[in-house]
Design a protein around this ligand. Structure first.
Ligand code: ZN
Length: 443
């Protein structure tokens, strides 16, 4: 540790003497203090928006931000990392932190929270002492969208999966009846038949909105989705299923075909092997909670008490910032799974690991108070009559379908509250021996 301090002092001296080229031009540093155009954090943002944001942050803040892809999805979209650190303090001497969101494509509020965190760190460095302290001391890697195909797909339908080519309807041709917005209203309807005077209960579901590209009489029965849950596909306890205890039962059917079989998982594993970090947060939606390892067993891991204390403090900070309730427990207590990212990061590399579930839509009930408090949108039923060669067609736009291009209320409050939780996580590090890569993993 002492050697590092001396190096940093020597470097600071060089900088102050103007010996380092990147400090010689004060105009460059002045430019860094300019903030970027304001961003509206209350709206749903596209995949392209996040790409532009990542690139703009690097362009605006060359001494704080690097942006680069760490891999590509099945459909060749980049998995973009925003690396943040005050570069005039040598980054390799700093503990790393990772924030990885949107492993599940439809969990858009997680992506938004991660993007906000990167934006906040870079734009607040010169005005906020917490942001400055973080980027002076740590290197923070933010990956807003780990599952780009799933994110893009989520503007058609709320789905967790990636886009490994998959034959969803058994005709031996993958993905040959994709969902299609035939009436241009921005949603994919669920398609029913029934007379114009039928009750909802009398109508029969025949498929999803699509011209029935494969002409098998079932519209939209082979969308561009796989059935693979990336968060059941890491190379740790992969496909573990214990019929006696039911452990892994939630994961067994949806794990990828092999451990780390998917390019998105490989990208994250390889990146974290090459850039071991002290703490990682993976951002999800569907609950309001902070969870920590293990996912696959109720046993307490060596750093379990530490992660419990930090995770509980994170949940409290997010509640304070959002005004919404968040609970805290081990991921196994929440529900058992296997081959999740946080079990891999902790189990293989010794990284303190947290799942933050940033949003659960709906009204609270006495049994389940941990929701955002927004009432679900009601279904819309629209009678179309003849459509795409089918007769007596009804479109049903579910509340979930209507949300594909909208954000929940107070999303701006959400992302700021999640930032507060992430700050708590970062301030708890470094703790303990830190991450390490087992030698066998490099063979
Ligand atoms: Zn999730």
């Amino acid at each position: 540790m002492k050697v590092i301090v001396i190096v940093a002092v020597a470097l600071a001296l060089l900088v102050s003497l103007g010996a380092m080229p990147f400090s010689a031009n004060p105009a460059v540093n002045a430019e860094e203090t300019e903030s970027m155009p304001a961003i509206d954090w209350t709206v749903r943002h596209s995949f392209e928006f996040y790409q532009d944001l990542a690139n703009n942050l690097a362009a605006k803040h060359p001494f704080l931000v690097n942006t680069y892809p760490i891999g590509r999805s099945w459909r060749e979209l980049p998995i973009t990392c925003i690396e943040l650190s005050k570069k005039t303090i040598i980054p390799t001497t700093k503990p790393g932190i990772a924030v990885i969101a949107n492993i599940h494509g439809g969990e858009r509020e997680g992506a938004e929270s991660a993007a906000y965190f990167a934006w906040w760190l870079a734009n607040s460095y010169y005005t906020d002492k917490t942001a400055k302290a973080i980027l002076d001391k740590f290197t923070v890697y933010v990956i807003p969208v780990m599952n780009p195909d799933g994110y893009v797909n989520s503007f058609l339908a709320n789905t967790r999966y990636n886009s490994r080519p998959t034959d969803n309807n058994g005709d031996k041709i993958p993905n040959n009846d994709p969902y299609t917005d035939t009436n241009g209203d921005g949603f994919i309807a669920t398609v029913y038949t029934g007379s114009p005077t039928s009750t909802i209960g009398e109508r029969v579901r025949i498929g999803m909105e699509s011209p029935d590209w494969d002409k098998n009489g079932k519209p939209g029965d082979d969308p561009k989705f796989s059935t693979i849950d990336l968060n059941r596909t890491f190379d740790y306890m992969w496909n573990r299923f214990d019929p006696d205890t039911g452990t892994g039962a939630n994961s067994w059917l949806r794990a990828g075909p092999d451990a780390a079989s998917e390019p998105e998982v490989q990208a994250v594993q390889n990146f974290l092997k090459a850039h071991p970090v002290y703490a990682v947060a993976t951002l999800h939606t569907g609950e309001q909670s902070v969870l920590w390892p293990w996912c696959w067993t109720g046993q307490v891991p060596p750093d379990g008490p530490f992660m419990a204390a930090v995770g509980t403090a994170m949940a409290q900070a997010i509640t304070a910032g959002t005004g919404r309730p968040f609970y805290a427990m081990t991921s196994y207590e929440d529900y058992p799974t296997s081959a999740e990212m946080i079990d891999w990061t902790y189990g293989r590399l010794g990284i303190h690991s947290y799942t933050i579930e940033v949003y659960e839509g709906g009204l609270p009930t006495p049994d389940w108070p941990w929701t955002w408090g927004n009432p679900p949108l009601p279904d819309q039923w629209i009678y179309l009559g003849d459509w795409m060669g089918f007769h007596n067609i009804w479109f049903r736009n579910t509340g979930s379908a209507q949300m594909v291009n909208r954000a929940p209320p107070d999303q701006d409050m959400m992302v700021k509250g999640v930032k507060d939780g992430l700050v708590v996580m970062i301030q708890s590090e470094p703790y303990g021996p830190g991450p390490s890569v087992p030698l066998w993993m490099n063979w």
